[in-house]
Design a protein around this ligand. Sequence first.
Ligand code: SIN
Ligand code: FE2
Length: 216
Amino acid sequence: MLDLFDGEEPWQEPLADGAVVLRRFALADAGTLMAGIEQVSACSPFRHMVTPGGYTMSVAMTNCGTLGWATTHGGYLYATRDPQTGQPWPAMPDAFRALSDRASAAAGYAGFTPDACLINRYAPGAKLSLHQDKDEPDLGAPIVSVSLGLPAVFQFGGLRRNDPIKRLLLEHGDVVVWGGASRLYYHGIQPLKPGVHPLTGEYRYNLTFRAAGAGE
Ligand code: SIN
Ligand code: FE2
């Protein structure tokens, strides 16, 4: 067989009840996913959103899919249009959907149909403070999170902000899926260390697939 992936085959690591890390699961698709990110951000550029509290986020964000996550003065919401362009968010690239389908099935959440994909871009120093993903109405659906480029330390806690926290390095191609009992677990990303990655340069990218609509 051709040695396309440094001889590394994907493997799974249980993380919590309902949560699993699919190591290197997206490695073979990384180039295609990166092209998708470029396509999406050419229409809806990365921007630093401002939280309701007036804090400018260090992570730059954009979205694709029917719905996109955004901040407003009043809170967080999913909207059909990019508030910056006034246009609908770019469609979710086929390769994004295909990877999400495969990953959710591998993690035991077959049938997950995301309608939103938040794309995060981390430059050195960028971080995401401990938070819950709770703006989605259907908490029966998991979150599928894909890491590309520079490695970052992921924090995964529990239902309460001060529950004990696991820290794990997420590397290029890793996918984390959480749902079920851990769907509302606190999580975050520690400040990105500087570096250069052959595919993504000085950045880390993260895709999170979500079912954000009212559901069918
Ligand atoms: C998120 O919590 O939305 C993103 C997590 C990550 O960047 O890995
Ligand atoms: Fe999150």
